[in-house]
Write a protein that binds this ligand. Structure first.
Ligand code: ATP
Length: 249
């Protein structure tokens, strides 16, 4: 089955169709926080995404110490975090492997593509993840499986991304600085070129810089600072779940 959406714009007689735009957003979500939501919302608006799939990871290959909360808690909290956002969903694509082996993003994206033929696939990540990309399994192939969308993040120099592209790829920056479906959200379009001359688009959201990390959230919970539902770092429903299950203490 091909996934298409019908679009009609002013002056057009017939609606045109375009491939459905789906973004994969992998992470530990330990716990999910307002930074994750801000990245997904900005990407959805700037790129006209139809769906963002939040996929809590079973075993992150570059975090051998594992996550703090069990997978079922991270999954439940991610569901609570995105409730009320109709374009967002939670995916089990990166659920723990039966043998506990690491989840590789390359394989996950290939599975997703096979499950959703014809979909225009994107992969969201923060600038800190992009900086580590060259150490990921099959790093040079990933941008050709899904168009990368990189969100700026405090502490990461967005001007310096070219220094971190996977070995064998070259970043051409920027081709042009426009195309955002929402003029309030800056979007920079670049291209990655492989040695065979094949190019893949890569998008940067340079204006985000949301000062939240799960590490900071866990530290605040440990020190008793996330007691009420109106905390600025995490959705209220996530704070409630954390309290109810005594997580991160
Ligand atoms: P931790 O502090 O435990 O390392 P984290 O806050 O980075 O966690 P993850 O669940 O590991 O959260 O992140 C999932 C993805 O979301 C990663 O690609 C990460 O770069 C991105 N991300 C998380 N928080 C932000 C943020 N504030 N701004 C931009 N990207 C973010």
């Amino acid at each position: 089955m091909e996934f298409m959406v019908q679009e009609s714009s002013a002056g057009e007689r017939e609606p045109t169709s375009r491939a459905v735009r789906v973004a994969f957003f992998g992470g530990s979500f330990d716990p999910p926080h307002n930074g994750h939501l801000a990245v997904a919302r900005a990407a959805r608006e700037a790129l006209g995404l139809d769906r963002v799939l939040f996929a809590p990871v079973g075993a992150q290959p570059l975090k051998p110490q594992g996550s703090t909360a069990d997978f079922h808690h991270r999954l439940a909290m991610t569901e609570l975090a995105i409730a009320g956002e109709p374009a967002f969903g939670v995916s089990l694509l990166d659920a723990p492997n039966p043998a506990g082996t690491p989840n590789y993003t390359l394989h996950t994206l290939q599975k997703l593509k096979a499950d959703m033929p014809g979909v225009n696939l994107f992969c969201l990540m923060g600038a800190d993840s992009f900086v580590s990309l060259r150490r990921w399994y099959g790093a040079a192939e990933i941008p050709f499986e899904a168009t990368l969308v990189i969100a700026s993040r405090p502490g990461e120099d967005i001007q310096d991304l070219a220094a971190h592209v996977p070995a064998g790829l070259a970043l051409e920056i920027p081709q042009f600085c426009l195309q955002s479906a929402n003029p309030d959200i800056a979007l920079v379009t670049c291209a990655l070129r492989n040695p065979q001359g094949r190019t893949a688009s890569l998008y940067i959201l340079p204006g985000l810089n949301v000062e939240v990390s799960a590490t900071e959230v866990r530290a605040q919970i440990r020190s008793g600072n996330i007691a009420d539902a109106a905390h600025p770092l995490i959705p209220g429903a996530v704070a409630g779940y954390v309290r109810e299950h005594g997580l991160y203490l």
